[in-house]
Design a protein around this ligand. Structure first.
Ligand code: 5RP
Length: 225
């Protein structure tokens, strides 16, 4: 089964966890696009009454276009459930996120949510995290920070757009991707990165998720809790 189909079945299954009257954190990325579509259908066809909180401007636009009422994260009392994607999920349920440049808002929404579901295709599951790690940084002084990453052995690269300009996040920050070998201790690495002056947030998510929904090659989903 193709990766796209895995994303579709997993995304549609994840949308079934949303119940009436929930405030729902809505993640970012191509898998979450299927969650948004499914929620839009439920709002239109089942009179599902929800409020969405977006983890990116793109998600906010797409969800609103499908009739999902969207509120700002600071305008809701609580978030009941957040559904988001991931770039990699390890056996210890740590994850790398931020491939779509939305890691900061994703982390804020996740940490303010009572429950978190991640939805992925089977390629995202790995024994240990081993993919590039996005770090969101303040533009001011970011060349100095980049040099510190380099001398510290983090093998940094700037995230650039197709014109070669630095990608700007929805908070107008830059992204530096770190190219590390296997990440043995995501918590320790996260603690080290967040202490570096100029780092706003990193893409390591630990102790966040309650349920992982994975579209697999046999046209069904696996649910890990
Ligand atoms: C965006 C993210 C996404 O959740 C992650 O990149 C997964 O995206 P996709 O579903 O397109 O593979 O962290 O910052």
């Amino acid at each position: 089964m193709s990766q796209d189909l895995q994303k579709i079945i997993a995304g549609r299954r994840a949308a079934e966890f949303v119940q009436n009257d929930m405030v729902v954190g809505i993640g970012s990325g191509s898998t979450i696009a299927h969650v948004i579509n499914a929620l839009g259908e439920r709002v239109a066809n089942e009179n599902l009454n929800i409020v969405g909180v977006a983890t990116s401007e793109k998600t906010r636009r797409n969800a609103a276009q499908l009739g999902i009422p969207m509120h700002n994260v600071d305008d809701v009392d609580k978030i009941d459930l957040t559904i988001d994607g991931a770039d990699q999920i390890a056996d210890d349920f740590s994850a790398i996120k931020g491939g779509g440049a939305a890691l900061l808002w994703e982390k804020i929404v996740a940490f303010n949510s009572r429950e978190n579901i991640w939805v992925v295709d089977a390629s995202k599951r790995v024994p240990k995290l081993n993919q590039y790690l996005p770090v969101e940084v303040i533009p001011y002084g970011s060349d100095q920070l980049f040099k510190r990453f380099k001398s510290g052995g983090f093998h940094p690269t700037w995230r650039l757009d197709q014109n070669g300009n630095p990608v700007r996040t929805d908070s107008a920050n830059f992204l530096i991707d770190l190219h590390l070998p296997i990440i043995e201790s995501p918590r320790l690495l996260g603690d080290e990165l967040i202490k570096m002056v100029g780092v706003v947030e990193h893409g390591l998510f630990t102790d966040v998720v309650d349920r992982v929904i994975i579209g697999n090659e046999n046209n069904v989903v696996d649910i890990l809790e």
